[in-house]
Design a protein around this ligand. Structure first.
Ligand SMILES: [Zn+2]
Length: 340
């Protein structure tokens, strides 16, 4: 309902959209503001319908959003069109776009980021991927998801955050590539699916000379592994709790057994990546500066072969990411914010 209300509200507006006014409509004031549960196990069409509405119920209770609720129509236009065009049905691109906006609606983004996503989420288009590495990606993806330690890492994080045992099915997760104009958006978690940005994956790899094919493949594998581990953690956490609309900080807050001395800041995907690499590594910066690619690739290969190896950050000589990521199921580190 709230999505259809928004379509009408936008159409009656002139230059600016005030979400403050929008949330003052009777439709909202007659209902308690709360985060809706979206059953993960539901039928896709009904889940997507709920996602479309939950974007607005989430925004309404998101204090990072409501403190700056005024947007120009032209910035919101593409967002409005997506909501309008998905009134009755949706295609695969629109599905990905709505899912991304759901994550955004729960995030601690600032106004620039909200604006960027409202404006540019419509540029997300599913694509076949990077021809050069499609076989590698397929093989690596199954090896990762079948790997006992990967599964263990994710199950541990689910337990740590929610207090519940994970019952997510690793073998039902698929991956899909997309392209988009959102610079810095590496990927996000869907329903039994993870979305991976070809633009971001290809960054730095594309700059390597073709004579260095094996180096290219090695760098590809490292970036791909970190991203898959990160996003699959969100998938398993959400499916284990049978709610597509959860966010890890909230779940942690409600988990009475969670270690409260930890920082209030927690991101499930990052916890997993840290368990594998002992840090969040900026692979692009590492490639830029030069790092011990041979060591990292050897480590990954041994790890995938179930050897007991520990990642040694000193030997790897990598650049550790210092960016503070947003609290949501999107791996987004704005290198530069581009609005198209
Ligand atoms: Zn994440």
């Amino acid at each position: 309902m709230s999505a259809n209300k928004f379509v009408k509200f936008f159409e009656s507006s002139t230059n600016e959209i005030s979400f403050e006014d929008f949330f003052k409509l009777d439709f909202f004031t007659n209902s308690t503001p709360e985060k809706s549960v979206i059953k993960y196990s539901g039928e896709t069409k009904s889940v997507m319908k709920q996602i479309r509405n939950a974007i607005f119920s989430n925004l309404r209770i998101n204090e990072f959003f409501t403190k700056r609720p005024l947007y120009e129509n032209q910035d919101i236009g593409p967002f409005y069109q997506l909501i309008r065009d998905t009134t009755n049905d949706f295609n695969d691109n629109q599905k990905a776009q709505l899912i991304l906006l759901l994550h955004l609606s729960k995030s601690n983004a600032d106004m620039d980021i909200f604006r960027t996503f409202f404006h540019s989420t419509c540029t997300i288009k599913i694509t076949n991927g990077m021809d050069q590495f499609n076989q590698e990606a397929k093989t690596l993806f199954s090896r990762l998801l079948e790997n006992d330690r990967i599964q263990m890492i994710i199950k541990d994080v689910v337990k740590e955050i929610s207090g519940s045992n994970s019952n997510g099915e690793f073998n039902s997760i698929k991956f899909t590539y997309y392209r988009s104009n959102i610079v810095g958006l590496k990927g996000f978690a869907g329903i039994n699916k993870i979305y991976i940005s070809v633009n971001e994956l290809d960054r730095k790899i594309g700059e390597l000379n073709d004579n260095n094919l094996s180096k290219k493949i090695d760098l590809f594998k490292l970036k791909f592994t970190a991203l898959v581990l990160h996003e699959c953690t969100h998938v398993i956490l959400r499916s284990s709790l049978d709610d597509f609309n959860i966010s890890s900080p909230k779940v942690l807050e409600e988990n009475k057994n969670a270690k409260k001395d930890r920082s209030s800041y927690v991101e499930a995907g990052i916890l997993s990546v840290k368990k594998l690499f002992n840090a969040v590594i900026d692979w692009d910066e590492s490639a830029e500066k030069g790092f011990n690619l041979d060591y990292c690739s050897e480590f990954l290969e041994k790890f995938l072969n179930n050897e007991q190896v520990e990642f040694d950050l000193n030997k790897a000589d990598v650049v550790i990411s210092t960016r503070v990521p947003l609290l949501m199921a999107v791996d987004y580190s704005p290198v530069e914010i581009d609005c198209f």
